[in-house]
Design a protein. Structure first.
Length: 480
């Protein structure tokens, strides 16, 4: 079978010759009803019968892999799609560097590999759960469609990880696949595995910040796993990255449109000072300082996903050839890191400063640094919009020590510039940096649905171009 072609005949679209793999096919078919139950219980609330203009992956050819059409979400064709196998691919880092890439799980690394797959897999349904009520307050049909697109693709990412579990990890894999449907975001008894995926996504600005900042963590993790010497994981993640790009697009352009609408309204009203919050809010738009606070919140929660700066798990996964660095193939070193060092930001004698650590132990820190660079690029584009209106305000990412719950800075309090604060000071100033109840109430007051074709809520500008080149009056969701 041609790998670019997807087999659509069976229940589960795939390009992994599932038809000839009876054991795995049966296991997935058995898992399928539980998945649908989960989707119906925990997926987008209130719109399961609506027709949504969605893209579905029908090939893995980078030039034309998606087909757009109206679909009811529970009938979306969630499939198992892997990027094409590369002839002669090798393990490219760690102690096995230069050996042929593994097509089966290396026995000695089985537990470590399973854990990597499960942790990645757990984030996918978690974000669907976090976003399940947002459809009801969508600022337009265009945005609603984008939300649902992200949701069905996170569902497909869950399928992707479950395929790996079912195919390569036997009974344990089956149990893990079941458990992925049992945990629930924010549930006190059976929470999702990572902190940021148990937080709420209560409003659309949160959604845009989440897809900008947190899906971007997803990108970094997938990039690192796409380097894996375990070839099926690498191929799976490579195709997931194609879809992930749209999620970050939704976040980046979403925030851009919020910022733009705010600036437009300020200009129309003749307000030049971005700190005249009450005046700006009266215009029915979100003031820039509150947008900054939301960015502070989502950025800091996302940094926690990178784990401890110094990590034996990360070192082991790299050493074993299971999880590489961001763009490993472009880095110019020995790709084994037995001797090098890497500067790690630490708390030393009460001061935040760099200290060299063994490069192998500092891989989480390194991935986080790469992430911060990547995240900053879009922030620059938001600022360009503000600048074009001549408003003296700049959105800035907070210091990495700000509002942390994991790692080096979890035990201290710091402001957005990285200045240490006492608990007392933090309590007093928290509301200057993070959304207050007042801010949340105000944003919530704006979350009125706008479901008329071609119309947008007061607080967000229309997009520059439509999805799939559709015009402004296109009906992205036919609400049932
Ligand atoms: Fe995902
Ligand atoms: Fe995503």
């Amino acid at each position: 079978m041609n790998i670019d072609q997807v087999d659509y005949d069976g229940l589960i679209p795939n390009n992994v010759a599932l038809g000839q793999d009876v054991r795995v096919k049966r296991a997935l078919e058995k898992w399928h009803p539980g998945y649908l139950n989960w989707w119906n219980d925990m997926g987008p609330e209130g719109f399961q019968e609506s027709l949504v203009y969605l893209r579905t992956a029908v090939s893995v050819d980078p030039k034309g892999w998606a087909k757009f059409d109206y679909v009811r979400m529970p009938e979306y064709r969630w499939g198992v799609l892997l990027a094409p196998q590369m002839e002669g691919r090798k393990v490219n880092f760690g102690t096995h560097k230069g050996e042929p890439a593994w097509q089966d799980v290396p026995g000695e690394y089985r537990a470590m590999l399973r854990r990597l797959v499960v942790i990645q897999g757990d984030t996918e349904p978690a974000s669907v759960e976090q976003q399940r009520y947002l459809g009801k307050t969508a600022p337009s049909l265009y945005d609603m469609r984008n939300l649902f697109q992200v949701n069905v693709e996170e569902g497909r990412h869950l399928w992707a990880m479950v395929y790996l579990l079912q195919k390569y990890f036997g009974t344990d894999g089956r149990e893990e696949a079941e458990a992925l449907l049992q945990r629930r975001s924010g549930d006190p008894d059976t929470p999702r595995m990572l902190g940021a995926f148990n937080e709420k996504t209560p409003d659309w600005l949160s959604f845009f910040m989440f897809t900008y900042f947190t899906d971007r963590d997803g990108k970094m993790q997938l990039e690192a796993l796409a380097q894996s010497g375990f070839d099926p994981l690498s191929r799976t993640c490579r195709f997931m990255l194609t879809e992930e790009a749209h999620h970050m697009f939704v976040g980046e352009t979403g925030v851009t449109r919020v910022v733009q609408r705010t600036c437009e309204a300020m200009k129309e009203a003749g307000i030049k000072d971005p700190n005249e919050i009450e005046k700006v809010r009266k215009l029915g738009v979100i003031d820039l300082p509150t947008i900054q606070k939301k960015a502070n919140l989502h950025f800091s929660l996302t940094l926690d996903l990178f784990g401890n700066e110094i990590s034996t798990n990360a070192a082991n996964a790299f050493h074993a050839g299971l999880k590489g660095r961001y763009r490993e193939e472009r880095l110019k070193d020995d790709h084994q890191l037995e001797s090098g060092t890497y500067p790690v930001l630490r708390l030393i004698d009460g001061k935040i400063q760099n200290q060299d650590a063994p490069a192998l132990s500092a891989l989480n820190m390194r991935l986080r640094d790469d992430y911060v660079v990547d995240a900053n690029a879009g922030v620059g584009r938001w600022n360009k919009v503000i600048e074009s209106f001549g408003i003296p305000f700049e959105i800035k990412l907070p210091h990495v020590a700000f509002h942390r719950h994991i790692g080096e800075f979890s035990s201290i309090k710091a402001d957005v510039n990285g200045h240490l604060m006492s608990d007392e000071q933090w309590k007093k100033h928290r509301g200057d940096f993070l959304p207050t109840d007042d801010d949340k109430d105000f944003i919530e007051s704006l979350m009125r649905p706008q479901m008329e074709i071609g119309k947008f809520a007061s607080w967000i500008a229309p997009p520059k171009v439509g999805i799939d080149n559709k015009s402004g009056d296109f009906e992205y969701v036919k609400i049932a």
